[in-house]
Design a protein around this ligand. Structure first.
Ligand code: 3EB
Length: 324
């Protein structure tokens, strides 16, 4: 069994024709209007037209459906359960409660299906930087997520790799890859683990690992979490997006090195390398420069560029990756 992620040029509907598709993530524009349970529809905006969507592919046929009691869309093969949830907001919605509900549903569902380990999770919701201090929606999101994870007996070292980004409209969307067997969490020696961030970053620190790797029956994959311009626990290079990009890329290489140092048995003769990058940019105007710089180093790797708000107000770029 192996899992592959690809950025695709075809429409979501076309990608869905294959019986090997575990999940498709759609971005605006090019929105998908159907109700296939394998699709997670986000409101994030693609900055260019190079790719239409993100596809997660199995090398064996998948089973899929909607969970009737929770409305979760899911799909699975022998080793992987791909699941997404969409939570609507009404005026005055409490983000702590909403993220708690989303994660409680997801975690209950994956364990009931026998895939209790979250390898990788993506979180997208609107107005991520709205609210002051502990009232900031991102911090409330972190609190709700943390409470649900702890209730489900997730210890720090089992937190998934993750990304959490803001968009301008739409529901809270969470999608995740869950597995039967645990993945291995990886941290970056140059950064304080997010789950140990000090009190100023919220009542409960963000519950994610910097990266995770997982060996499947026929492959091993590495998932690099959303990575930004942070050293220790502090944001660096406020106002200088190119310096932020350079530091972000250093943090990503440090993580790739760290994954290789752990040297999972599956990779004795080969190194993990990056296969895909997803680049979140706060101000679309920064795109040409960011793309130019990124291509100098990673021009050989497909990259998907999205407009999104980084969860720290002072940061303007964040990058995640998939590798094998
Ligand atoms: C950081 O390093 C930047 O809350 O799930 C990156 C990846 C970030 C995931 C999350 C937040 C999350 O703190 C922000």
């Amino acid at each position: 069994m192996s899992l592959r992620c690809e950025y695709r040029q075809e429409s979501v509907a076309e990608v869905l024709r294959s019986d090997r598709v575990l999940g498709v993530v759609s971005f605006l524009p090019g929105q998908y209007c159907g109700d296939d349970p394998r699709v997670a529809s986000t409101s994030l905006i693609r900055i260019d037209d190079e790719y239409c969507c993100e596809a997660w592919l199995s090398d064996t046929p998948v089973e899929y459906g909607v969970d009737e009691s929770t409305g979760l869309g899911w799909s699975c093969n022998e080793e992987i359960l791909w699941v997404s949830v969409k939570m609507s907001e009404t005026p005055g919605t409490d983000m702590t409660e909403l993220s708690y509900q989303a994660y409680s549903r997801l975690l209950d569902f994956i364990s009931s299906r026998g895939y209790p380990n979250v390898v990788r999770a993506w979180n997208y919701f609107k107005d991520i930087n709205k609210g002051e201090g502990d009232e900031e929606r991102y911090k409330q999101f972190c609190l709700g997520r943390h409470n649900a994870l702890i209730e489900h007996e997730y210890l720090d070292r089992y937190f998934p790799a993750a990304s959490a980004l803001g968009c301008h409209e739409g529901e809270l969307i969470v999608y995740m890859i869950a597995s039967k067997e645990k993945s291995v969490q990886v941290e970056n020696a140059r950064q304080v683990s997010a789950y140990h961030y000090p009190r100023q970053y919220g009542l409960r620190a963000p519950s994610f690992a910097r990266a995770a790797y997982k060996s499947w029956a026929r492959s091993a994959d590495m998932y690099i979490s959303g990575t930004a311009s942070i050293v220790g626990y502090e944001s660096q290079h406020q106002g200088d997006v190119l310096a932020q990009l350079a530091l972000t890329l250093e943090n990503i290489s440090a993580l790739v090195d760290q994954v290789n140092e752990i040297d999972p048995m599956e990779k004795i003769d080969a190194r993990f390398g990056l296969d895909l990058l997803k680049v979140y940019i706060r101000h679309q105007a920064d795109y040409p420069l960011i793309r130019k710089k990124l291509e100098e180093q990673y021009g050989h790797i497909p990259a998907l560029y999205l407009q999104a708000d980084v969860c720290r107000q002072e940061l303007d770029v964040e990058i995640e990756g998939v590798g094998s």
